[in-house]
Design a protein around this ligand. Structure first.
Ligand code: SF4
Length: 460
């Protein structure tokens, strides 16, 4: 019996399409006089639920049949499939251990097409958790370079070390333990590993699942709000197929990635279109009738679109999901200097320095850089950069010798970063203060093989 239906069945009566609490309880909760505990929150209105077991069964069947036929052939799926009965089995092949975990971490914020090459190289280099636990952060950063969100790789390796050194090589096997014990494993990743690898009947909610569920049940309130996310997690947990949870979760995500896509969903080809209230509304212009409970009514529903932004017929199913306007990334400026010299074999070499081990782009290598105040005139930029390089190299640096090359813009998730790029050719070697950041000279080829960010590759 689904949690959602159970919640709907709790002692609540309805009036005028709105849920109201039982007699004796205020709308906000039970009376606390006499130590009576607060009432459980009212369940979501029925139009946003899967209330009928038969419908849940039908949706599971439709989705899994489609997935069996249409799923993409992805390297991490091949490895899982080759294992013990489609499950991730530690006893039969320790290579299966990191397969789901690594792919799930890499796929966060990153497209499948980009991840495949990184995943293949990673698994070739560190096929087991034991191998990963022995890797250095430098090696991890080198392989991760260009994939973005670098803390993911770092924490993956930290977690592997923890499993090997503190958990006797035994992976936690439930979503709760995975989330509790492993750094970098959040609710989504824990659910994905536990369901795909260990067969735990637990749901997952990622961006694709949010989109599909919001459309299936016409959820138009801000999908990033805690209340809506709680509802989506409850729905995902209620829907997940009990005998094939991993496949069900992957199918839901696959549907969001390939059919129920953000801008032009392929509703005509959708395996769950008969369950989709957004599509029904697009075709018939009103919510699907719900036979045994009332609609949520107009206004006041925590899951419907806000009254100020009602259904827009021109958008069709893409009315859902909705998100609050994204905060604009803050603007930052950085002066960065490409110091060049001719190496002993005549090849051009560049000086790179290592960033601190925490914070943005932790431990990655970059050209010597320093933050700039907004709108600092070019002349003053040269002066501050020359001062910085002087202190750093212990050599005289003439501001006028710094050649302004141009600007490179790179968008991080929360920062609109403008690199103001200078170059400075040097004769001979530069002895750097060993008390400062680690540094080294690299050829262009070595630069690209180093743990450098995409932003620095753009700078070069
Ligand atoms: Fe998404 Fe359309 Fe399928 Fe509904 S019918 S789940 S909107 S693709």
């Amino acid at each position: 019996m689904s949690q959602l239906r159970a919640a709907a069945a709790r002692g609540l009566r309805r009036s005028g399409g709105r849920a109201v609490p039982p007699a004796g309880q205020s709308r906000k909760g039970a009376s606390r006089r006499g130590g009576t505990p607060a009432a459980a929150p009212a369940p979501p209105p029925a139009p946003h639920l899967f209330s009928h077991p038969a419908e849940i069964e039908a949706l599971r069947g439709d989705l899994l049949a489609w997935y069996d036929k249409c799923k993409r052939d992805l390297p991490w799926r091949r490895l899982v499939r080759a294992g013990c009965g489609w499950r991730w089995c530690l006893c039969s092949d320790s290579r299966l251990l990191p397969a789901v975990w690594v792919s799930e971490i890499m796929l966060q914020q990153t497209q499948v097409a980009t991840v495949i090459d990184y995943y293949n190289r990673w698994m070739q280099k560190w096929p087991t958790l034991q191998a990963l636990a022995q890797a250095s952060l430098e090696e991890v950063n080198e392989l991760w370079a260009g994939l973005g969100y670098y803390s993911r790789g770092k924490r993956l390796q930290e977690a592997a070390r923890k499993v090997v050194s503190e958990l006797a090589g035994q992976m936690p096997r439930t979503a709760e333990d995975l989330q509790k014990l492993l750094p970098g494993v959040g609710r989504y990743t824990a659910g994905a590993i536990a369901s795909i690898s260990y067969g735990q009947a637990t749901g997952v909610v990622d961006g694709n699942v949010i989109r599909v569920l919001c459309r299936l049940r016409c959820i138009g309130a801000d999908s990033s709000s805690p209340a809506v996310l709680d509802h989506l997690w409850a729905m995902a947990n209620a829907l997940v197929d009990r005998s094939r949870p991993g496949d069900f979760n992957q199918a839901l995500m696959e549907l969001g990635a390939t059919v129920c896509v953000p801008k032009a969903p392929l509703c005509g080809e959708c395996p769950v279109k008969r369950h989709c209230r957004a599509r029904h509304r697009k075709l018939f212009g009103k919510p699907t009738p719900v036979p045994d409970v009332e609609d949520c009514g107009v206004g006041g529903c925590p899951l419907c679109p806000p009254a100020a932004e009602p259904w827009d017929g021109s958008l069709g199913v893409t009315n859902f999901p909705r998100k609050a306007a994204k905060k604009q990334p803050r603007a930052e400026w950085t002066a960065t200097c490409v110091l060049e010299r001719r190496g002993c074999h005549g090849a051009l070499e560049f000086l790179i320095v290592q960033r601190p081990s925490s914070g943005l782009l932790a431990g990655l290598w970059e050209f010597p850089s320093l933050p700039l105040a907004q709108d600092l005139p070019e002349e003053q930029q040269r002066e501050v950069l020359a001062d910085h390089l002087r202190a750093w190299t212990g050599q005289p640096v003439v501001a006028g010798n710094l050649q302004l090359i141009g600007e490179v813009v790179h968008i991080f998730s929360h920062i609109h970063q403008t690199y103001v790029v200078y170059s400075l050719p040097l004769d001979g070697d530069v002895t750097l203060d060993p008390a400062l950041s680690p540094s080294r000279w690299v050829t262009e080829e070595e630069f690209h093989a180093s743990a450098v960010s995409t932003a620095m590759k753009k700078v070069l």
